[in-house]
Structure formats: C-alpha cells, structure tokens
Design a protein around this ligand. Sequence first.
Ligand code: ACO
Length: 320
Amino acid sequence: MTARIIGTGSCLPEAIVTNDYLSTIMDTSDEWISSRTGIKERHLVKEETTASLSLEAGRRALAEAGVAPEELDMIIVGTLTGDYITPSTACEVQAGLGAVNAVAFDINAACAGFLFSLHTVNAYIQCGMCRTALLIGAETLSRIMDWGDRSTCVLFGDGAGAAVVQAQEGGLIAYDQGSDGEKGKYLACRNRTNNNPLVQTEKNYSYTQMDGQEVYKFAVTYVPNSIHKVLEKAGLQPEDIKYYLLHQANLRIIQAVAKRLKISLDRFPISLDHCGNVSAASVPILLDDVNRKGMLQKGDKIILSGFGGGLTWGTCLIEW
Ligand code: ACO
C-alpha cells in the first residue's frame, strides 16, 4: 500500500495584486517582473490567515474525495508561515474540520513542504499507522516580506492547496528528497528574537532575504538530478511522464529544468502567472488547477517536485 491522492482543493485570498499595482508603490514594472519571472499577479491576504486558507482548501479536497473529516487519521500542513508558533496550523485545521480522529502536525521544509508531507504520510501508510490523511501546503508569505526590497517581495504570494490521500495499491511509485543546510543562507528568514531575561539579543533582521542567483543555480542543478533519480528508481524515461508539476518559483527555472530533461515545456503546467511563488502551497495549488481542468486521466504518471529554503528538495512520481 502507498499514498494515493483521491481528491484535491485549493484556496487563494480574495485580494489580487498585479505587477502594475506594485509599480505604483515601489520602483518596479510589469515588464521587469514578468520578463524575469513569468509572474503577472499574486493573491495577498487581508482578512485571511494561513489556517483559514488551509481549512477552506482542506474542505474542498475532502468534498472532492468524498471523505468525511472523522475518517481522517492524519493531517499534515507544510508551511513556514503558520499563524502561531503553537498551536500548529494542522491542529487549527483539525479543530475547524472537527477531524477528531486525526493526529495533526506541521512540517517546515519551505517550498518542499508539501512533498515532505506526502513522503512522510507515505511512510506512515507503509508501516500501517495511517489509512486516510489530509495534506496541505499553505503560506501567507506576504507577512514575512520586506516590502521595501523589490528584488524579493515581488516574487511571492499567499494561498493554500490540499490533497486527500488514502492507503491503496499504486499511488506513490518512487520518491527522492534531500537537504543541504550549508546553502541555507541563500534563502533565509531569521524572524525570531530571544525573550530569555539572561540573553540580551538585538532584534534580528526579520524579513525574507534571498540570493536569487545562488537559488537559481541550486534549482536548475538539483531539481533535474532529483527527477532523474526518481525516474531511474521507477524504470521510466522522461517522456513517459504526462506532466511535471514543479514548485512555481520562477518561469526561467521551469524552462531550464525542461531543457535539461529534453522535454517540451507543454508538459510543465504553470500557475505562477496568477499566484506568484507560494512556497509550500505552489505544488498542491497547481495540482488542483490541473485536476479541476480535467487534464488528468486514471493511470497518468505525474512528477511532483518542490525545492527551496533550507535548502531542501523533494520529488515524487505518482500514478493518478
Ligand atoms: N523591479 C525592477 N528592478 C529590479 C527589481 C524589481 N522588482 N528587482 C531587482 N531589480 C534590479 C536590481 O536592483 C538590479 O539593478 P542594478 O543592475 O541597477 O543593480 C537589476 O534589477 C538586476 O538585479 P538582480 O537581482 O541581479 O536580478 P536578476 O536578473 O538576478 O533577477 C531574480 C532576479 C528574478 C530573482 C533571479 O535572480 C532569479 O530568477 N532567481 C531565481 C531564484 C528565485 O526565483 N527565487 C524565488 C524564490 S526561491 C524558491 O522558491 C526556490
């Protein structure tokens, strides 16, 4: 038995922020942002929270799967922007759904968070500790951006995506994941202060900082390698895959990965044009987009891949 996805859902905040709007509040332009990243607009929270977006995405995934909240025995939320240090977003979702039989916890693996959650639940399923689970990737990244740093804040958005998985034959066929903490400095948010009376720390720089070129080099090297490893484990070739659903960091990264795999860009669906980079939420939002557009048939083989802060990466091959 492995984890098979049986329903998807997503939820984006109501407010849409276009590149043109950003150009009225900072020195940037639609031309600069869209030509370098492919992003045209993103959704940002006003009233919504990481938990409220997660809850709605989760409800939609459960409705599509035809699963009642009481049937869930696990809820995992991949996020780096939970509303609180504790309780976790997953516990908030559990309470909101009334999923009284579920164990709930968050995973922080930045943009690989949804993949790490899927691989974790797969391990629980394989050892018989879980049968039906709700996985969510959710972020309110707008809260941790420096809106005076145009080279970073224009890239990101807020939102949540979800998938219901169940222990079945098939499903998750092969996976690869990894971390490189030495490179963590290239994409960091050191937003914690020490409240200990014995330690007088200065307030840390509390926003997201990124070395874009180092992150680009990491992504275009590690992601194709990770995909090749997964294909090799499954005994498949790149052309056997119907769609590659990659973390939506940047169109240039996706184009470079497609080129390295020698696969047409048509097999790489895109949501970053209207969502921006939503970190852990990117992959499940894109999966829900593709699913709801009717682009997936039973038996299709799909690669999911997330990569980012940590640095971390996770790739898996699933059968729909
Ligand atoms: N609008 C206008 N000008 C800008 C903006 C902006 N929003 N941001 C930066 N600039 C300017 C800079 O000030 C600089 O000007 P200067 O030459 O006068 O000094 C110039 O544009 C070039 O800046 P760079 O930072 O060198 O821009 P670069 O061409 O490297 O593009 C980008 C930046 C798009 C982030 C690129 O590095 C990249 O694609 N990186 C990949 C990493 C990525 O996508 N990260 C996303 C998050 S990480 C993740 O999810 C894995």
